[in-house]
Design a protein around this ligand. Structure first.
Ligand code: SF4
Length: 361
């Protein structure tokens, strides 16, 4: 049996090594986190980067079993932000020296939606003189749609697979053509082929999930050669089918610690990718995102969605910052980041270093 100090000094990791890293506790966990921080600083630098998150619509055609805005939940007030409000949030990001914004929505596959996003991307690029980088997170789309958005200026795309084990995937999604595992993976391939910096991620601490599943997720990321990752703890939502399995969940603190171990293990496995400190970490621990930035993450996504919409974009319960406006959110966040010893890459895109090495191959 290898010790954690032996494992963290390697550059390749077996499934057994990853399980050992994910299972660390106490002083060994501290060692893992310290090593991940060192690797992050060596490979991606000391800075962390902002992505201003704008949740542009909670309308979704899908029915994922864990998600509060699934189409079958009648308790959600659906919204679709007008273009001018989206642009206003982008202008706030630009004025506050964010390098990038993320436009996120439920999954809508209509010609109208495709054209609308294409137009918005073009307008954001235009008003910011190409200074704002754009990440999209608008679900599975056709290759043509991905190309159209890319050609208009979006250059990163986040499409979380949520569980890379096919078996677990169908425990948290309906087994229907609309929720096909194969189509999800194919969409990730489309994104890479189109030329996006491509990101995916999973939920950590799902019911039925084992630590071996999580080690498998890490190996999937490595084999797929992702450029970015956004992953965080599973947080249950009452109006979803998975709610009835909440007694199977790890305690919130264990889910939080497991999430930090996932971030650190991924940093060791893929030293030069971008890893986001997911908002769900803050639900389980008020300083969760700042902690993640000290154990391997290098991206944070302050929520710039106008307050009047935020309460309706609840993928999970107890989502933080629902009643703080963007200015206050930002001021509080900056103070916490500085206190946590972070250096902020203002007005920088903070692209994935892995991406440039991947496309050189
Ligand atoms: S997880 Fe995404 S695709 Fe699934 S129901 Fe929620 S918003 Fe829609």
């Amino acid at each position: 049996m290898n010790t954690i100090s032996e494992i963290v000094s390697r550059s390749t990791f077996s499934a057994e090594d990853l399980v050992a890293l994910l299972s660390t506790k106490g002083a060994e966990r501290e060692l893992l986190h310290a090593k991940a921080r060192q690797v992050k600083e060596e490979h991606t630098g000391k800075k962390i980067f902002y992505r201003g998150l704008i949740e542009i619509s909670n309308i979704c055609s899908k029915n994922c079993f864990y998600c509060g805005i699934r189409s079958s939940n009648p308790n959600v007030v659906r919204y679709d932000m007008p273009d001018e409000e989206i642009l206003e949030a982008c202008r706030f990001a630009h004025a506050n020296r964010f390098g990038s914004v993320v436009l996120q929505s439920g999954e809508i596959q209509t010609k109208k939606f495709t054209e609308r996003i294409a137009n918005l991307v073009k307008r954001i690029k235009h008003f910011s003189n190409n200074e704002l980088g754009i990440t999209l997170s608008c679900g599975e789309q056709s290759l043509e749609t991905y190309r159209r958005w890319f050609e208009n200026g979006a250059h990163r795309y986040l499409l979380r697979i949520e569980a890379t084990s096919r078996e677990l995937y169908y425990k948290i999604h309906p087994d229907t053509p609309k929720h096909s595992y194969e189509k999800r993976v194919e969409a990730l391939e489309f994104l890479k082929d189109t030329g996006y910096q491509t990101g995916t991620g999973v939920m950590i601490g799902l019911p039925f999930q084992t630590v071996e599943d999580l080690a498998g997720d890490l190996q999937f990321f490595k084999n797929f050669d992702i450029d970015m990752c956004g992953m965080g703890p599973y947080v249950e939502h009452e109006n979803t089918p998975l709610w009835k399995f909440r007694d199977l969940l790890l305690a919130a603190e264990e889910r939080f610690n497991l999430s930090l171990n996932m971030i650190s293990a991924l940093r060791l496995l893929m030293p030069d990718i971008n890893i986001a400190a997911a908002t769900a970490l803050q639900t389980l621990n008020p300083l969760g995102r700042e902690k993640a930035l000290t154990v391997g993450a290098n991206v944070i996504m302050p929520n710039l969605t106008p307050l009047k919409y935020r309460k309706e974009y609840l993928l999970y319960e107890n989502k933080p910052s629902l009643d703080e406006d963007s200015e206050l959110t930002l001021r509080n966040l900056e103070a916490r980041l500085i206190a946590a010893g972070c250096e902020i890459g203002h007005a920088e895109w903070g692209d994935s270093k892995r991406f440039f090495k991947r496309i050189e191959k």
